[in-house]
Design a protein. Structure first.
Ligand code: SAH
Ligand code: DHB
Ligand code: MG
Length: 227
């Protein structure tokens, strides 16, 4: 019987993918990882292969308006903002002012300050302000902040994303916690999120389980349907 692969293999495969597909040095992303670690922030940014998936999805929808929940050190922010055309804008929402400060330094160093609008505060408090400013018509939304609020962030995102746009929610599986009745509230919120999606006629959505350097997890990807 072949041995069932485990974390060491998942990490080795991600290392292989990075060494082959991402062999060219990416100074902005490498500097962002280093600055995030140096600031002793949680090192929970998307992996390099996951960042590339976000980049590909942004390109696929010709994203000109991107919304991100959860900036951390700006790693996923930079990966996505780099796909924008000159008149594009990525709005990113971050609760922790210390994270936001580190992120802004990384975004500036990456030469993306003109393309990124970083808003500090709890996302649920920032969203009404964005709405009052007329924000919307997003092409791509990346939901990656506090997991308890994923359903609420998705609901807002759906009302502000154009038909044909995509909404991506990270960390919905968490080692299978989504199907563990004893799991915490964040996992329960992912169940609620799926029950809500099942009743939402404005999207078609799927959830994909993943393994990699960040362990066993997964994401939900939803396409906003026309009219
Ligand atoms: N998207 C980042 C990782 C984000 S980690 C990347 O892949 O590079 C999650 C971030 O969400 C943390 O920085 C955390 O401070 C932030 N966060 C937590 N609660 C939040 C809230 N209520 N509103 C906005 N951001 C929040
Ligand atoms: C956590 C958050 C994330 O966005 C992630 O990708 C992994 C872990 C966390 O809060 O532990
Ligand atoms: Mg995440």
């Amino acid at each position: 019987m072949p041995k069932r692969p485990a974390q060491d293999t998942y990490s080795a495969v991600d290392a292989f993918v990075e060494a082959t597909l991402f062999a060219a040095p990416d100074e902005a992303l490498a500097a962002t990882v280093a600055a995030t670690a140096a600031a002793r922030m949680p090192e929970i940014q998307v992996s390099a292969p996951q960042a590339r998936l976000l980049e590909i999805l942004c390109r696929a929808v010709n994203a000109r308006r991107i919304l991100e929940f959860g900036t951390l050190g700006g790693y996923s922010t930079i990966a996505m903002a780099r796909t924008l055309p000159p008149d594009g804008l990525l709005t990113t929402l971050e609760f922790d002012p210390d994270h936001a400060e580190v992120a802004w330094e990384n975004i500036e160093a990456a030469g993306l300050a003109d393309m990124v609008d970083l808003r500090v505060g709890a996302a649920l408090e920032t969203l009404p302000l964005l709405a009052s400013e007329g924000a919307g018509n997003f092409d791509f939304v990346f939901i990656d902040a506090d997991k308890l609020n994923t359903p609420a962030y998705f609901a807002w995102a759906l009302d502000h994303t154009r038909p044909g746009g995509l909404i991506f929610a990270d960390n919905v599986i968490r080692d299978g916690a989504i199907v563990d009745p004893e799991a915490d509230e964040a996992a329960a919120a992912q169940r609620t999120f799926h029950e809500y999606l099942a009743e939402e006629p404005r999207v078609t959505a799927t959830t994909i389980q993943t393994v990699g350097s960040k362990g066993y997890d997964g994401f939900t990807l939803a396409a906003v349907l026309a009219g």
